[in-house]
Design a protein around this ligand. Structure first.
Ligand SMILES: *[C@@H]1O[C@H](CO)[C@@H](O)[C@H](O)[C@H]1NC(C)=O
Ligand SMILES: *[C@@H]1O[C@H](CO)[C@@H](O)[C@H](O)[C@H]1NC(C)=O
Ligand SMILES: *[C@@H]1O[C@H](CO)[C@@H](O)[C@H](O)[C@H]1NC(C)=O
Length: 454
């Protein structure tokens, strides 16, 4: 399979981001490498010293309409997309959508539209002829979809009957609608696909899209994922599954602390990441800017438990092994791993063990690992796509983004003995290869291997 797949090479030629650190790759990336945090308090009356969420993200943010409903939840921290003009790195739906779109598009679809537009402008790929549009596809997934639309229509139905359910309800809440709307906006008639594999969605979208190009289904794919489920019901559910950080509600920017001794769960976030993937010769023929090559993609299942990883991280290790073997890259050529590490007590240990197992006896002396979730929280389905873009930007700028709130362990027997890029980003002369990991509930694991263009 690896041999067959290697016949057509796939490169990244456009990037688009909507994250808690901002809208636009440049604004998000510069804040990320400077060690800034996008996490805010959801409490309507945050403790003294903590700025109110609406002062940070803007009053138009739709999450703020539920403000008091967050107060009694065990976790009141989240990564919210800042609202305002794009010129300030903020999100204003009017700048990305056409009239009437907000009625038709769930919030997660709106974020994907903005990320896709950025990626297509960046790639300079807005084909107007039929042949190019036939050879361009879309692969954008989501983990959760739109809880708020489901809830509201359920309430309307219960209280006043089926005629009160909106005709837009189904088309607005289907998971594949971001992919559908992007294809309609630009006339892309290649494959149209949407993975929904919990927190591995973004990695699967980019990996599967890469294969569509490798297998000749398309020459260009718009690929990524989106999520907008910072919602009281989602927070209640993740809190009941004991997944969320609850001990840092009074210090939101410190709540997500991957690989740190005091980590106590993940912080929910929202946003979207979309890339333009392109067959190498196609990209070269039109002089496109090539950010990186998608060299390997590995998938596996833990086959273990609905939410917990096996302690040895075996499923994660398998995904990394498979990505490296597909890429024909040996472990000691990997200089950077963008870890999935969500800041949960168990998950970070399992991934750390998996990394150690994969690189055991063949580790680059410069190998560094970071989890950018320290700065933006866990974007669930969108995490893998956003973090793939961070990994690509690390290769492109030769700068490794930090793990915020990660301090060296006070436990002399700590297993966290690698370089986790604590607090501050690190510069490199060269990054030969990078891995980006994503793991999801249900035990699904994926890893992507990126190389600088060559
Ligand atoms: C129902 O769903 C539609 C479309 O998703 C949404 O616009 C509307 O606000 C929802 N609520 C009610 C009460 O219909
Ligand atoms: C690409 O760049 C080369 C060298 O600069 C030039 O000769 C060629 O015409 C360009 N092709 C396109 C499609 O712009
Ligand atoms: C693989 O996926 C599972 C899903 O339950 C995830 O929790 C786990 O972290 C991943 N595996 C490892 C060992 O990290």
């Amino acid at each position: 399979m690896a041999q067959l797949a290697s016949a057509r090479r796939v490169v990244v030629t456009g990037l688009g981001l909507v994250t808690p650190l901002g809208v636009g790759v440049r604004s998000t990336w510069s804040r990320l490498v400077q060690g800034e945090s996008g996490l805010v308090s959801l409490h309507s009356a945050p403790p003294s010293g903590v700025t109110r969420a609406n002062q940070l993200v803007g009053d138009q943010h739709p999450v703020l309409q539920h403000f008091p409903q967050y107060d009694t939840l065990p976790s009141t921290v989240a990564g919210l997309v800042p609202y305002g003009p794009y010129s300030q790195g903020r999100f204003d739906p009017a700048e990305w959508l056409q009239r009437g779109d907000t009625r038709k598009m769930a919030l997660c679809t709106q974020y994907a539209m903005a990320a896709a537009e950025q990626a297509l402008v960046d790639a300079d790929w807005k084909p107007t002829n039929a042949a190019d549009r036939l050879r361009t596809g879309v692969c954008i997934g989501s983990g959760m979809g739109s809880l708020e639309d489901i809830l509201q229509n359920h309430t309307a139905y219960q209280q006043r009957g089926h005629r009160k359910v909106s005709p837009m309800f189904i088309p607005k809440t289907l998971i594949n609608m971001a992919a559908g709307h992007v294809s309609m906006r630009y006339g892309f008639q290649g494959p149209n696909h949407a993975a929904s594999t919990a927190c591995t969605t973004g990695a699967h979208s980019i990996g599967d899209a890469t294969r569509f190009i490798q297998f000749g289904d398309a020459d260009v794919m718009v690929a990524g994922a989106t999520e907008a489920s910072v919602h009281p019901l989602a927070l209640a559910g993740f809190a009941r599954a004991q997944s969320l950080s609850t001990g840092f509600n009074d210090r939101p920017t410190e709540a997500s602390r991957p690989f740190d001794d005091h980590r106590d769960g993940f912080v929910i976030g929202e946003g979207s990441g979309v890339v333009v993937l392109e067959e190498l010769a196609h990209a070269k023929a039109r002089n496109a800017t090539i950010y990186a090559e998608v060299k390997g993609y590995g998938l596996s299942a833990d086959a273990h438990h609905i939410t917990a990883p096996p302690e040895d991280g075996q499923g994660a290790a398998l995904a990394m092994h498979r990505a490296l073997s597909a890429a024909q890259v040996s472990p000691n050529q990997v200089d950077y791993v963008n870890a999935h590490a969500t800041s949960t007590p168990q998950g970070d240990v399992a991934e750390n063990r998996a990394i150690k197992a994969v690189f055991h006896g063949s580790m680059s002396p410069l190998l560094a690992i970071s989890s950018t979730k320290g700065a933006i929280g866990h974007l669930l389905g969108a995490a893998g796509a956003v973090e793939a873009i961070f990994t690509i930007m690390a290769l492109h700028t030769k700068t490794l983004p930090p793990t915020l709130n990660c301090h060296s362990s006070s436990d002399p027997n700590s297993e966290f003995t690698l370089n986790y890029i604590p607090q501050e980003s690190q510069r490199r002369e060269e990054i030969r290869a990078a891995l980006c990991n994503s793991f999801g509930f249900g035990g699904t694991n994926a890893s992507l291997c990126f190389l600088p263009p060559q």
